[in-house]
Design a protein around this ligand. Structure first.
Ligand code: NCD
Length: 321
């Protein structure tokens, strides 16, 4: 009797063609859906089987020029859960302080036999620049205020897990829109999947120009709250601001912080999200951050899942397990 054929438990998507993950703006709705589906499959596979070997023999390097807790650690964990090796680079204590350029530093890391460089930098376009100079895959982990594609993906995956699909939902991004890479990646991803997106904050942090991206611009959180299925509360990025965009943090919190009172104006099943780090009492109060509508820690877990998906799709070379 013939032994039964062993079916692959995950199949590499045939239509996937990308070598880099630089932004969500240039991805199609089908690409984004593939990333989300793959994230779900890989995290289920990991939960059932433990560490996988889909990327055994591959090496991922974290090349971070800005601070990070969630993104950096979850990229490393994602690589390890797929069986890859990791290199951790930080700008402090490196040859950058001896005058080496960003590109030379990246090429040096690549020359160590690295298959993927994950990069975060304060200047927009740096990951796109690296992609032009390196042969290995480049993943953007945040380029200044421009994009943060895996953050957009993990936010959208979290919404999809709760609501089944994205089309037809109203999602508000609240806070420091103009300095937020999370906002831009969410806008591109959510719009492509058919959501209605509202960007809401003080006029100094969100101008009417944003309407050109096909989003609604709002200045009153209280006015839009009853229509929102999801709120993504963005941190005020003081480190990217030349001048203070509102009179005081207290005034900002009075108008835009999600608190118990505003929860009563919201839909009964509203999802409360934040990319983190959260500033309790500024964009969100503790009772909301820790309350039953908050999915902030689920976002963190989903960060590992979408980063596993991104790494496997870029480095897996059509491998199935
Ligand atoms: C965000 C970032 O760094 O872009 N955080 C993250 O990656 N989870 C948002 C922020 O710093 O406020």
């Amino acid at each position: 009797m013939n032994a039964p054929a062993i079916e692959p438990v995950i199949r590499f998507p045939e239509h996937w063609r990308h070598h880099h993950l630089l932004d969500l703006e240039s991805l199609s709705a089908a690409d984004i859906t593939t990333l989300l589906d793959t994230a779900q499959q890989l995290s289920d596979l990991y939960d059932r089987n433990g560490k996988l070997s889909l990327l055994a023999g591959k090496t991922m390097a974290n090349l971070f020029f800005e601070n990070s807790t969630r993104t950096r650690n979850s990229f490393s964990l994602a690589a390890k859960r797929l069986g890859a090796d990791t290199i951790e680079f930080s700008s402090s204590g490196s040859s950058v302080s001896k005058g080496e350029t960003f590109i030379d530093t990246a090429k040096t890391i690549e020359a160590m036999g690295v298959d993927a460089v994950v990069t975060r930098h304060g200047t927009p376009g740096t990951s796109h620049l690296l992609a032009q100079h390196l042969n290995c895959s480049v993943l953007n982990a945040g380029d200044g205020p421009h994009e943060h594609p895996t953050q957009g993906l993990l936010d959208i995956l979290t919404i999809r897990q709760h609501r089944g699909s994205i089309a037809g939902l109203t999602v508000a991004l609240v806070g420091d829109i103009s300095h937020s890479r999370t906002a831009r990646s969410n806008i591109w991803g959510l719009k492509k999947l058919g959501a209605h997106v509202i960007v809401c904050g003080p006029a100094t942090l969100v101008s009417k120009k944003w309407e050109e991206l096909g989003v609604e611009v709002a200045y009153s959180l209280d006015a839009i709250l009853p229509r929102c299925d999801v709120l993504n509360l963005l941190r005020i990025q003081f480190e990217r601001q030349a001048t203070r965009p509102f009179p005081s943090v207290r005034e900002y919190a009075l108008l835009y912080a999600m608190n118990a009172e505003r929860m009563r104006l919201s839909k009964q099943d509203i999802l409360i999200m934040a990319p983190g780090p959260i500033n309790r009492g500024v964009e969100i109060t503790p009772e909301v951050a820790d309350g039953p509508h908050s999915v902030i820690l689920q976002q963190v877990s989903n960060g590992i899942a979408v980063r596993m998906a991104a790494l496997w799709l870029l480095l897996g070379n059509g491998s199935s397990a």
